[in-house]
Design a protein around this ligand. Structure first.
Ligand code: ATP
Ligand code: MG
Length: 775
C-alpha cells in the first residue's frame, strides 16, 4: 500500500516543497551545505512513486558514493513503507556497469568482462611501458595512468592525443603508443578500467540510438546528487540520457542538486561549468535556491560562511540555521603530531562520557599519512575507531589472488588475472615457463586457461606440465559447474582444489593464518551476496566487489569513531567533527600553493569539512611535525585566521608551545591567485575589518628582502627562482618533476607560466613563487 503522497512534503520548507513537486522541465537546485539537497532528492523520488507518476524501475538516481546510494535507497524505502524495490539508485559507475552488462556485446566485448581497478591497470601499464622501453623516455606508470585517466574523462583517446597540437616531447610520443596498446590490451582481455566504464557507456549511447532510446523510454526521472563534482564524461552521459535523441522523442526529466562551494574534485576532471552552465545546456531549467541549514548550529555555520567568503568569484549565499548558537569551536595547537592526537583522543573521550556514541564522532585529515599518530594514540586511549577508505579488504594480496581465480573462470581472456595465479600457490611455473605458455596460446589463438589444458603440447618437463593441466582442469571444471550449481559451492570447491587456502593454513608465517581467515570472509561475503541477489552470476559478484572496493567502504559499523580524509567526508554528517593538521603545506596542501585556483579548492575542502559538523567542531594543528624522517616547524594554516576570533575557543595557542603565532586579524596571506588578480594588493583577501599594517602603503611591496611585519607569503616555503623564463624553456618543479613552458602571460610578480610536465600534467604556475628551476 502506497502512503498518501501529500504526507511526503510535510515538514519541508516552501522551497524544498517546490523542489519536490516541480514537474515538466529540468530542475536545478543549488544550495549550501546542509540545506537539505539530498533530502529533497529522496523525498522527490518517494513522491514520484507514491503518486504513481513513476514505477520504482523508472527512477535513475546517481549519488557520489556507494554509501550514499545505500542510504538513499533505505530512506526512500522507509518513506514508502517498503515498495521501493527495483529503483536504480547508485553511483555513476554502478549504473553504467548495469547498462554495460546488458549491452556491451554491441561494442565488441563479451559479457562476463572484468573490471580493472587502479592497481590492475597500473600493473598492465608497467608491462606495456617496459615492452615499449618508454621508461627511457621518462614515462612512469603512475604518470601514464594519471594522464590516460584524465584523457578518458575528457572522452579523448590515443588518436586524439596523437593529433593534439603542441610540442611533442619523447614522453608525449611514447604516451600515445602506450595509451593505444593499453586500450588494445584491455579489449583483448575483455576488460574495462574504471574510466572505460563511463566512456564505453557514453560511446554505447552515442553510437546506438536505439539503445539510447530504450533507456530514455525506460527512465522517467534522472536525478543527480553532488552535481558540482561531475566530470565531462559524466556530464555527457547525463546529457545523452536526458535530452531526446530526436525532436519530440521520449526523454526522462532531469533533476540535479549541487553546491559550487563544495566542488573538490577538479584534480579528477570535475568541471564546475556543468553546474554554472546548466540552464544553457538544458533550456527551460527551473532553478531553486535553499537557504536554511538544518544540520549545524549557528557558530559552526558562521565559521563556514566566513571561510568560504574568502574565495573569489562565487555567488554569495546566505546560509542560516535555526538550531541556536551552539558551542564555540575548539582550537588546539599541539607541540607535535602526537600531542595533537592526544588532544583529539581526550576530547573524544570527554564527548563520549557526556553521552555521544562513538559512531557520532568523526576525525578528518588532508592526507592519509596523518593517520599514523592518530591511530597510535586512539589505540592507547582505548577509543574504538574505523579507518574509512584506508587499505581495503579487496586490496589485500590473498583476496586479490582468490578473486583472480574467479575472474579466470568467468573471463578466461583476462591474461592479467590468469598470469597472477599461475604460480599462486607455488607450482613451479616460473617466468620462462609462463612466457612459453603465453607464446603457445598466441600461436594457437586460444586463451591462457585453454592453453593450460593443452600444456603437454608445449614440451615442458613432466612435473610442471602436470601442474599446468591440473590448474587448467580446475578452471574448466569450475566454469562448467557454474551452469547448474550454486555459486558459493563452486567457488569453495575451486579454491580448495587449487590449494590456495591449504597453502596458507600450512604456512609457518603467522600472518598467513589471518590471510586464510580473509579468504573465509570472502566466501562469507559471496554467500551473503547470493542470498541478497537472487539470480546473480559470478560476474555480477565480481563487478560488485570491484566497484564497492573502489569507491568507499563507509560502513563504519556501530560503536566506532570514523577516521577519513576530507575528500571522503563529502555528503556525510556527524554530531562531532575533528579537523586535524590545520597547517600551511598540509591544509592548504603544499601542492596547491602555487597553482592558480589551488588555494580556493583547498578552502572548499575545508568548508566541506566544517559543514559536516552538527554540534561540536574542533580544529587542531601541530607546531612541529615529522614527515619522511624530517621534523619541520609548521606555520598555522591561513584558514584559521579566516574564522572570526569570537567563534573560537583556543585551548592551547601555537605560541604557547614554541610555535609561530597564528597570523591574527589584520594580517594577510598573499597567494598565487591574489598576486595575479589583485595587483598584489589582495583587497578581498583581507580578513575581518582590521587594517593590515601594509594598508598604509597600498599596492607597494616592502623593499626587497623585507616584508610587512604581519605578512606571510607563500614564498616562506623554500623554493627556487627563475629569471627571464621564456616559452619553450625546460624547468624542474619541486613536486611535479620536469616540464616544458608552453605559454607565459603577465609580467613580474603576476607572470604565469603554463607548463606541460613530462608526466603529462598541465599546470598554470606563478613564476615568482613556484618552486621551479631551469632543468
Ligand atoms: P550537503 O551539501 O552537505 O550534501 P545537503 O544539502 O544534501 O548537504 P541534507 O544532508 O539533505 O543536506 O540535509 C542536512 C540535514 O538536515 C539532514 O540531517 C536532513 O535530514 C536535515 N533536514 C533537511 N531539511 C530538513 C527539514 N525541512 N526539516 C528537518 N530536517 C531537515
Ligand atoms: Mg547532500
Amino acid at each position: 500500500a502506497v502512503p498518501d503522497a501529500d504526507r511526503l512534503v510535510v515538514g519541508l520548507n516552501p522551497q524544498q516543497r517546490e523542489a519536490v513537486l516541480h514537474r515538466g522541465s529540468p530542475l536545478l537546485i543549488v544550495a549550501g551545505a546542509g540545506s537539505g539537497k539530498t533530502r529533497v532528492l529522496t523525498h522527490r523520488i518517494a513522491h514520484l512513486i507514491a503518486t504513481g507518476e513513476a514505477w520504482p524501475s523508472q527512477i535513475l538516481a546517481i549519488t557520489f558514493t556507494n554509501k550514499a546510494a545505500n542510504e538513499m535507497r533505505e530512506r526512500v524505502g522507509a518513506l514508502l513503507g517498503g515498495v521501493a524495490e527495483g529503483m536504480w539508485i547508485s553511483t555513476f559507475h554502478s549504473a553504467c556497469v548495469r547498462i554495460l552488462r546488458r549491452e556491451i556485446a554491441e561494442l565488441g566485448y563479451r559479457s562476463g568482462f572484468t573490471i580493472y581497478d587502479t592497481h590492475d591497470s597500473r600493473t598492465l601499464l608497467k608491462r606495456i611501458i617496459k615492452e615499449h622501453h618508454a621508461d627511457a623516455d621518462g614515462l612512469t606508470p603512475a604518470a601514464a595512468q594519471h594522464r590516460i585517466s584524465q584523457l578518458k574523462n575528457e572522452l579523448r583517446d590515443a588518436d586524439d592525443l596523437a593529433r593534439a597540437e603542441g610540442a611533442h616531447s619523447p614522453a608525449d610520443a611514447a604516451l600515445v603508443d602506450v595509451f593505444r596498446d593499453y586500450d588494445w590490451a584491455l579489449q583483448h582481455a575483455n576488460a574495462l578500467d574504471f574510466d572505460d566504464i563511463l566512456v564505453q557507456t557514453v560511446h554505447l549511447l552515442e553510437a546506438f540510438p536505439e539503445v539510447r532510446r530504450r533507456y530514455q523510454r525506460r527512465f522517467r526521472h534522472v536525478l543527480v546528487d553532488e552535481y558540482q563534482d561531475t566530470n565531462h564524461a559524466q556530464y555527457e552521459l547525463i546529457r545523452l540520457l536526458a535530452t531526446p535523441a530526436e525532436e519530440g522523442g521520449p526523454a526522462p526529466e532531469l533533476t540535479v542538486v549541487g553546491d559550487s562551494d563544495q566542488s573538490i574534485y577538479a584534480f579528477r576532471g570535475a568541471d564546475l561549468r556543468n553546474i554554472t552552465h546548466f540552464d544553457e545546456d538544458f533550456p527551460g531549467t527551473r532553478m531553486i535556491l535553499l537557504e536554511q541549514n538544518y544540520r549545524s548550529t549557528q557558530r559552526i555555520l558562521s565559521a563556514a560562511n566566513a571561510v568560504i567568503g574568502h574565495n573569489f568569484d562565487r555567488a554569495d549565499k546566505n546560509l542560516w540555521s535555526a538550531l541556536g548558537d551552539g558551542d564555540r569551536i575548539t582550537v588546539y595547537a599541539g607541540y607535535s603530531a602526537h600531542d595533537e592526537a592526544q588532544f583529539v583522543a581526550d576530547e573524544i573521550r570527554r564527548l563520549h562520557r557526556e553521552g555521544l556514541g562513538w559512531s557520532d564522532i568523526a576525525v578528518f585529515y588532508r592526507t592519509n599519512a596523518q593517520t599514523r599518530a592518530l591511530e597510535e594514540i586512539l589505540v592507547r586511549a582505548g577509543v574504538p575507531y574505523r579507518l574509512i577508505g584506508g587499505t581495503r579488504f579487496y586490496d589485500r594480496a590473498e583476496v586479490k589472488d582468490a578473486l583472480a581465480y574467479l575472474i579466470a573462470v568467468v573471463n578466461p581472456a583476462d591474461d592479467l588475472a590468469v598470469r597472477r595465479i599461475l604460480n599462486v600457490p607455488r607450482r613451479g611455473i616460473g617466468p620462462t615457463t609462463e612466457q612459453r605458455l603465453v607464446t603457445f596460446a598466441a600461436r594457437e589463438g586460444i586463451d591462457l586457461p585453454a592453453a593450460l589444458v593443452r600444456a603437454e603440447e608445449i614440451g615442458l618437463g613432466p612435473k610442471v606440465t602436470g601442474a599446468m593441466t591440473a590448474l587448467g582442469g580446475a578452471l574448466a571444471d569450475a566454469r562448467a559447474a557454474l551452469a547448474d550449481q550454486p555459486l558459493d559451492g563452486v567457488v569453495a570447491d575451486l579454491l580448495d582444489r587449487v590449494g590456495l587456502v591449504r597453502a596458507l593454513r600450512e604456512s609457518q608465517d603467522p600472518q598467513d593464518e589471518a590471510r586464510a581467515e580473509n579468504l573465509d570472509e570472502l566466501l562469507a561475503q559471496l554467500v551473503d551476496y547470493t542470498e541478497r541477489e537472487a539470480d546473480a552470476t559470478l560476474a555480477d559478484f565480481l563487478a560488485d566487489v570491484q566497484l564497492t572496493a573502489a569507491a568507499d567502504e563507509l560502513d563504519a559499523g556501530q560503536g566506532a569513531v570514523s577516521l577519513m580524509t576530507l575528500h571522503t567526508a563529502k555528503g556525510l554528517e556527524y554530531p562531532a567533527v575533528f579537523i586535524t593538521g590545520l597547517e600551511e603545506g598540509l591544509l592548504p596542501h603544499r601542492m596547491s600553493l602555487d597553482e592558480v585556483g589551488g588555494i580556493a579548492e583547498e578552502r572548499r575542502l575545508f568548508y566541506v569539512g566544517i559543514t559536516r559538523a552538527q554540534r561540536h567542531l574542533a580544529l587542531s594543528m601541530a607546531v612541529s611535525r615529522t614527515a619522511y624522517g624530517q621534523t619541520n616547524d609548521q606555520i598555522p594554516s591561513r584558514f584559521l585566521d579566516e574564522i572570526p576570533e569570537d567563534l573560537l575557543d583556543w585551548r592551547q595557542r601555537p605560541e604557547e608551545v614554541g610555535g609561530v603565532r597564528a597570523l591574527g586579524r589584520g594580517g594577510r596571506w598573499r597567494d598565487a591567485e591574489d598576486d595575479v588578480r589583485h595587483d598584489g594588493r589582495g583587497r578581498r583577501a583581507l580578513a575581518g575589518g582590521a587594517r593590515p599594517t601594509h594598508a598604509d602603503h597600498p599596492g607597494r611591496r616592502p623593499a626587497s628582502g623585507h616584508r610587512w611585519a604581519n605578512e606571510i607569503t607563500t614564498a616562506d616555503i623554500p623554493r627556487g627562482q627563475v629569471a627571464d623564463l621564456a616559452e619553450g624553456d625546460r624547468i624542474r618543479h619541486g613536486s611535479f618533476g620536469e616540464g616544458i613552458v608552453l605559454q607565459l602571460t603577465g609580467r613580474g610578480a603576476k607572470q604565469v607560466a603554463t607548463v606541460r610536465f613530462d608526466s603529462g600534467a598541465r599546470k598554470k604556475l606563478v613564476v615568482a613563487v613556484a618552486p621551479i628551476e631551469r632543468a
